[in-house]
Design a protein around this ligand. Sequence first.
Ligand code: GDD
Ligand code: MG
Length: 368
Amino acid sequence: MQALILAGGQGTRLRPLTSQVPKPVVPLVEQPFIGYMFEWLRGHGVDDVIMSCGFLADGVRAVLGDGSGFGIRLRYVEEPEPLGTGGALKFAEELLDERFFMLNGDVLTDIDLTAQLAQHERTGARATLALIGVDDPSAYGLVRRRPDHSVGEFLEKPGADQVLDTNLINAGAYIMEREVLADMAPAGTNSSIERDVFPRLVDHGLFGYEATGYWLDIGTPRRYLQGTYDILEGKVITNVGARLADAGMRLLPNGGVQGRVAAPALISEGCQIAPSASIGGRVVLGRGVRIGAGARVEDSVVLEGAVIGARTQIRGAIIGPDVVIGDRCHVDGEVVLGAGVRVGNDNVLTAGARIFPGVSLPDGAIKF
Ligand code: GDD
Ligand code: MG
């Protein structure tokens, strides 16, 4: 079976992680984020994937190539300018099979696509949306469903007053019949599948499949961290989660590391951790990360090549690749540091601060 993955958004809410690399290839635990989606799709019989890119497409291609490293055939369509989620679908029309999966490219999930497909066939739908219950539907596409599973209403980003009676939202995983594209605006036109296509498909073959299992849109720093924790703790079914469980929740490079590492944690090749440093739980260190004496890192992601100074404390933060943080700093509160940021000694960064790639902060520049 075939899948079309939408991956052309700019990932603005995840900046500065997405300032230089597109959201699909942002590293998550041990591989580019989209690798989890490929694993999941393969498990449901998908071997042919089309990536719909726009923003930073070359970056996606450079990392993912022809898909052989992931055991799939991978092709790309590149919009000259962002066409929206509907426009992106229409733009890929020539490559699409009669029936295909369509996915939002920023969702970490293990929902049962095979069961969704079975329902799609049973109802004779033209499009079937996976639905998932969330606490606050206002950030998503709200879906009202009838007892026969047909969709009665699709409301993208509803107001608080519109969500009182249901918490089911569009999970961004669709099964589509190609004929749906016949009624869409012509190729090259900007359109939104959520605002222009689905609302018009109501009563014309649009059905919802209520999924169970793990589901998370990783598109903000808070959710990116949540996805990291959930992979490490095995709350979502992934290969790395299974390997972690086998290894007693600590994956360490061959030869091990010095310093204290509390589970769950994944420490990559080439890391150097000072003996008096303390790492974990819920920590990922990318390749070649160096942690200084007496430093403490918990609930955080430190990407490839970053250096953390002595007695610096990091908690609930995302440290980008090749960042250098001096001594005695405190970094917490969903702070995100972009690639190559330099933070001098004795700084305090908190409360969701985001520092963009390449910026340098002198010693003692920020305190709270
Ligand atoms: N090719 C292409 N072109 N892809 C795009 C474009 C575009 O112009 N715009 C957005 N995308 C991709 C994004 O990269 C992302 O993978 C997906 O489409 C959804 O866009 P988001 O910007 O992440 O949308 P959202 O999270 O606010 O809302 C969507 O996802 C929710 C579930 O996570 C909607 O589909 C909601 O209805 C849904 O509930
Ligand atoms: Mg999203």
